[in-house]
Ligand binder design. Structure first.
Ligand code: AMP
Length: 282
């Protein structure tokens, strides 16, 4: 595995690979790898000739007062893990190499970016779309994998790729969880022991809501209140940022559940803002 920090070097190499007829698979990450990241690498590896894992804590997707500075990192460990997953390239640029001081071009998908996480993180998805577009341009990837844990991000990237005719296939992958149900996240490192012990109640609340819907409940408000109560009981120190039921692709809020819905939540638990979601069939 080669580690590359210079975007131009990466792009030149990838253009050469494409000219040789090799396919390139991409796994974009912010590092501090857990089994969720590794599952994406596992998935991409056999589906392409060259696998590129990117490790970049993208400053433009963090708002003021968010955890950009505190974001957990362990480059040596991540590097070893990417190598163990048989990545060809670990791309780990500095922020200054990705953004010139007069960077002025942004990619936006406003229709899908204002609700859910966009409510409390208004510039987040603009930063995500811009950096992911840059990664597509740099790597020439024909396949890229993203986790369903960040469902809204995945929906936005799918729409962006469709709307801009970007020649890459987007593959969404299931949420990898801890044994007790907590969705794996680099940010789980922020949790105290007590918070960590309560956090699985987020997933448990979503699962119980799915059962409620399967048993016939069709009123979204009732289901949202149910989730709020379950999470409130299980994570007493938590504060919900949002609890929503939306259409899985358009992310439009749902009132009456007549088709599969996505229940999505973000909960502040101590220093951590944890997100999770559950796709619910009817
Ligand atoms: P991050 O490093 O948090 O930006 O995540 C990099 C990629 O890993 C994104 O596509 C995430 O959706 C995905 N990911 C993060 N956590 C999980 C998880 N628990 N299960 C599956 N994919 C995940």
């Amino acid at each position: 595995m080669r580690t590359i920090t210079d975007p131009r070097e990466l792009q030149e190499l990838c253009i050469q690979w494409r000219q040789q007829g090799l396919t390139i698979g991409l796994v974009p990450t912010m590092g501090f790898f857990h089994a969720g990241h590794l599952s994406l690498m596992d998935y991409v590896r056999p589906r392409c000739n060259r696998m590129i894992v990117t490790l970049f804590v993208n400053p433009t997707q963090f708002g003021p007062g968010e955890d950009l500075e505190a974001y957990p990192h362990d480059f040596e460990r991540d590097s070893q893990l990417a190598k163990d997953q048989d990545a060809d390239i670990l791309f780990a640029p500095e922020a200054g190499a990705m953004y010139d001081s007069d960077h002025a071009t942004w990619v936006n998908v406003p229709d899908l970016s204002t609700g859910l996480c966009g409510g409390s993180r208004p510039i987040h998805f603009q930063g995500v779309c811009t950096v992911v577009t840059k990664l597509f341009m740099l790597t020439q990837a024909s396949l890229a994998a993203f986790g369903e844990k960040d469902w809204q991000q995945l929906a936005i990237i799918r729409r962006m790729v469709r709307d801009l005719n970007i020649p890459v296939e987007i593959h969404g992958r299931p949420i990898v969880r801890e044994a007790d149900g907590l969705a794996m996240s680099s940010r789980n490192a922020y949790l105290t022991e007590e918070e960590r012990a309560c956090a699985p109640a987020i997933h448990a609340g979503l699962e119980a809501a799915a059962a409620l819907v399967r048993n016939g409940e069709r009123d979204a408000e009732t289901v949202k209140n149910f989730i709020r109560d379950r999470i409130g009981d299980g994570v007493p120190m938590g504060r919900a940022d949002y609890i929503e039921l939306v259409e899985p692709d358009s992310l439009k809020p749902v009132r009456n559940i007549t088709a599969p819905v996505l229940a999505a939540v973000a909960v502040f638990v101590g220093r951590a803002r944890l997100i999770d979601n559950q796709y619910i069939e009817v």
